[in-house]
Write a protein that binds this ligand. Sequence first.
Ligand code: AMP
Length: 198
Amino acid sequence: MRASRMDFDALIFIGPQGSGKGTQAKLFAEKLGFFYLGTGAILREIATHQDELGKRVKDTIDRGLLLDDETIFRVLEEKVDLLPRREGIIFDGFPRRVTQAEYLLRLLGADGKHQVATIFLGLPHEESVDRLVKRAEIEGRKDDTRERIELRLRQYEAETVPVLDYLKTKTAFFKIDGTPSPDEVTREIAHALGISRS
Ligand code: AMP
């Protein structure tokens, strides 16, 4: 299904782990025919490489930390360079620091993409933890303990929450409740973006 025209050519999906932002970001990329750029998946792929970069990325992910900006900017630039001009783009997992948000808006500006919207999927801390613990159990990821999940969420709260204030002033900002069913959340996002069904 392709959605009808909307006013934005770049969408940022942001929210705590477990909020469903990855699922929604991919779904809207498909709906809108936008390019999907998820930094988590890109970095996990790089982490399988046996070179210096791969090892560094793997170690950072394993420790539940954020990768340094310089490396992530390099990775991102390569991807964005491959994009056909004028194609819409959806970011999932980026920006996660205010410095990354500043960088991204500069990058999009240079690319002629000025109509940026942020979809912030909110979820209470405890609900995020419960969802992530369940997901780890279902996927048999024994290494993803409650402790590590808490660590990643604390990282999100310390580093990424301040990004929200920045994006509120610089982009069209929509706060969506991530608590209801995925279908309900999809409807809310579509409504916020002014996408009519087609
Ligand atoms: P995710 O699947 O989006 O939770 O990302 C997995 C891991 O990749 C994170 O825990 C970070 O270590 C790293 N990562 C993803 N996106 C970024 C980013 N924008 N900045 C720094 N590190 C990132």
